[in-house]
Write a new protein. Sequence first.
Length: 108
Amino acid sequence: MIYRNGRIDIGAWGSEVTLGPDVVAVLQNLVPMVDRGQVSASATYNDTSLWGATLGAQVVVARSGIGVTADGALIYVAGPALTARTLAESLQRAGAVRAMALTSIPSG
């Protein structure tokens, strides 16, 4: 969610974030990779259904994600060879309390 005042937030739709008059942009994505500071159980090292199905079932690919810290700072993580789990863990280690995947593209 991007708000009129420039603030950005990430969260589960309907429970952590909702559409309101101050919202100027929304990016809907998969379930959060990190929520309440914890890595999602669905972000695994070998996922081929949630974060890998569109990649020919490859689990280690170029991935990126964005997160927010408890005080609202943005965190961006990207790498050429990440699993869903390693991306989520990297976002968490960088301080994200809520985070989501941005892109997953085949490498090579």
